[in-house]
Design a protein around this ligand. Sequence first.
Ligand code: GAR
Length: 203
Amino acid sequence: MNKTKIAVFVSGGGTNLQALIDASKRGEIPSGEIALVLASNDKAYALTRAAENNIPSAVVKRKDYESQIAYEEAVKGVLAEKGIEMIVLAGFMTILSENFTSAYPKRIVNVHPSLIPSFCGAGFYGLRVHEAALEYGVKVTGATVHYVNEIPDGGEIILQKAVEIQEGDTAEVLQKRVMEQAEWILLPKAVELVANRLQKERG
Ligand code: GAR
């Protein structure tokens, strides 16, 4: 059976992309292949990771388009060209509107560095999520992989994993622990689950 063609959308360091590449090499994503890395800016280190692993990449910048719709149509065009069937948002910091998300129902997944519904939604991304968790004083946080719909961080949850907060944690220390103990483990598992479902649906 053909593998599900996956695009990974990135904006920064791309450690979650790396986790997917490594899991794929270990044979842990047998139902899917990373066929494209799409970056929101040309400085994203994730692009180097793509190049090092011979994965095709593209850069599409929101500021190069006069409207959100024009930007999203350009992204859709790149995906169609590569026959992409599934999208993984892995630290992707550009907003995608309903015009885009409704074109890929239950085909877009996102990794978020908290236990949704805590510390999520508009304004909660990257280090800010961990700062908010520490500020609130929760003792347990974690990561969530969920489907993406028109509500920011509001789509159906696929997998979650809890991570303990330790005394003296800074946002940076906590971010690293959440990545190591949750995100990098959960994301490949969730991607295989969805890629496998899409493969079966395709028949
Ligand atoms: C990750 O912690 C990811 O969960 C988070 O950004 C980081 C990207 O790191 N995403 C969000 O906050 C989305 N709301 P990476 O580029 O090294 O994978």
